[in-house]
Design a protein around this ligand. Structure first.
Ligand code: TYM
Length: 328
């Protein structure tokens, strides 16, 4: 008689920046939604990580809630997936301390996000050990797969190394987690500065599409997006970074390949192409925005409370196992 294999586990995290942007959605959240069907999923609002950038206390409270609203609006179903705030489970921080012994200073110094972020926020230890806390997030639930955008690849590699070292030194308790990424959209670029990734940093509002942007804002942002030289639409990231980014966005939101998308739009003028992308973006985002705006804070706090109660069960089990291995 054949046995049904137990479901594999997925973990991923997102910083509590309030309303998420198109990069988050296409690079990570559509995968989070898709994976709910076949995996046991944990999706965490990583408020401890956000402390590395000194967020405003009052804004952080609301941003945490609004980030869960964004997840639910995109299609994360709290009846299927466990959604919770990182700081509700002290297990993350405790495991992080333990795992820091399995990580070299040189490895942390090589992290590109540390180098980038320390330019704005200084070289404090929180920013430096940020990837160890990420490893703890992933390993506390023994995740097999981690759906993230391109920018998290280096952090995930480090998590794999930390898990391997722990397993070798003590006991094989951690699965070695794999990165799961979307075919297109794993690195959505800014509409204004297509050499940089789309991000929530406030100096690039015009280059970033937010889940809360209304139709007019979307049209305006597309109209003012970078126009590459020449007039032909082609997929050439080096010479036409702006158009190539729009092609990837269009392919991603219409679930087509870049090649198929290019065939459909190749005869268009730049202006018409931008309008076409904004029409498709409006169709894609407006139902999401509608759900987002209809969610109450009370409902979200209930979701996070239930989520943290469930997440605590596996986190407790892992921490006991880890401590037994270590003899503490
Ligand atoms: P964060 O909050 O910056 O982003 C959340 C997710 O969105 C993806 N993403 C993008 N994907 C494509 N194009 C973009 N322009 C873009 N911008 C962001 C990110 O890759 C990410 O998947 N360190 C993480 C949060 C974290 C985490 C974890 C993730 C903490 N612990 C454990 C996975 C596992 C971060 O700051 O993501």
């Amino acid at each position: 008689m054949s046995r049904i294999a137990p479901m594999k586990t997925v973990f991923s995290g997102i910083q509590p920046s309030g309303s998420v942007h198109l990069g988050n959605i296409l690079g990570a959240l559509i995968n989070w939604k898709r994976m709910q069907k076949d995996y046991s999923c944990y999706y965490c609002i990583v408020d401890l990580h956000s402390l590395t950038t000194f967020p405003d206390k009052e804004l952080l409270q609301q941003d945490k809630i609004d980030t869960i609203k964004s997840l639910v609006a995109v299609g994360i179903d709290p009846n299927k997936s466990i959604v919770y705030f990182q700081s509700d489970l002290p297990h993350h921080a405790e495991l992080s301390w333990i795992l820091s012994n399995f990580c070299q200073i040189g490895e942390l110094q090589r992290m590109t996000q540390y180098k980038d972020k320390s330019e704005s926020f200084g070289t404090h230890a929180g920013l430096f050990t940020y990837p160890v806390l990420m490893a703890a997030d992933i390993l506390i639930h023994k995740a097999d797969e981690v759906p993230v955008g391109d920018d998290q690849t280096q952090h995930l590699e480090l998590t794999r190394d930390i898990a391997t070292r722990f397993n070798q030194k003590y006991q094989e308790i951690f699965p070695i987690p794999s990165r799961n990424s979307t075919k297109t959209g794993a690195r959505v670029m800014s509409l204004r500065h297509p050499e940089a990734k789309m991000s929530k940093s406030s100096d690039d509002i015009a280059g970033t599409i937010y889940i809360t942007d209304d139709d007019e804002e979307i049209i305006k942002k597309l109209k003012t997006s970078v126009t590459d030289s020449g007039s032909k639409i082609s997929y050439d990231k080096e010479n036409k970074p702006g158009i190539s980014n729009l092609l990837e966005i269009l392919a991603s939101i219409t679930s087509r390949s870049v090649e198929q998308t290019l065939n459909e739009v190749s005869g268009m003028q730049y202006g018409d192409f931008k309008m076409h992308v904004s029409d498709e973006l409006i169709s894609f985002l407006s139902p999401i925005r509608e759900v987002y705006l209809g969610l109450t804070d009370k409902k979200i706090l209930q979701i996070s409370k239930e989520g943290s109660e469930k997440a605590k069960i596996t986190a407790d089990e892992t921490l006991v196992e880890v401590k037994n291995c270590l003899g503490i």
